[in-house]
Design a protein around this ligand. Sequence first.
Ligand code: ATP
Ligand code: MG
Length: 189
Amino acid sequence: STMEGPGEKLDFLLQSLIKMSRLETGTFTIHMEEANLADTIARAMSTVWAKAEEKEIQLLADCDASFTVRHDPKWTAEALGNILDNAVKYTPAGGSVSVTVRPWQFYTRVDITDTGIGIKKEHYNDVFQRFYRAEEAAAQEGVGLGLYLANGIITRQKGYISVSSKVEKGTTFSVYLLMCIRILIWCLP
Ligand code: ATP
Ligand code: MG
């Protein structure tokens, strides 16, 4: 989301609040399907291309083009888009943002790594709270809902998000998407 005038800022805030209330009231339907993950990542990345280019931030993605996983493409793209938006926003000009995909136990893990300002360990949980913004983030526009929404979207799909960071070095957000539950049942004794 590139915010230009005051009207757009208000619209962005309203859109975020509407999504938040839909998330909390459960009036937001998740359609799980076996779908191409590279397509979903591409969809998410398309929302930050312009901003990344403007800041001369290198955007990289590494995902097998034919790889599929059970997820909701539309909402997952929104969640990944929010994480990518942060990665570009909180990374100084000339940095880089990369997306990688790898299997991890019963999950498919999508890592979004940036070379930005970083997050202190004591705030790892706070970043997922509504309206939380770190002091260091004050220089950038935002309302503090992006990660709250992303986390809600991913947990609704039985996945989760984790964070690991080094202040002034960069951050990695990992999105875990659960692999097909049938595989788990099949493994039971
Ligand atoms: P918006 O609602 O527009 O997304 P926001 O970006 O401030 O506003 P969140 O996306 O929820 O809100 O992020 C919450 C806070 O977590 C940010 O304000 C910032 O302090 C911190 N944060 C999130 N992602 C990063 C990142 N990649 N690097 C450093 N800090 C981050
Ligand atoms: Mg954000």
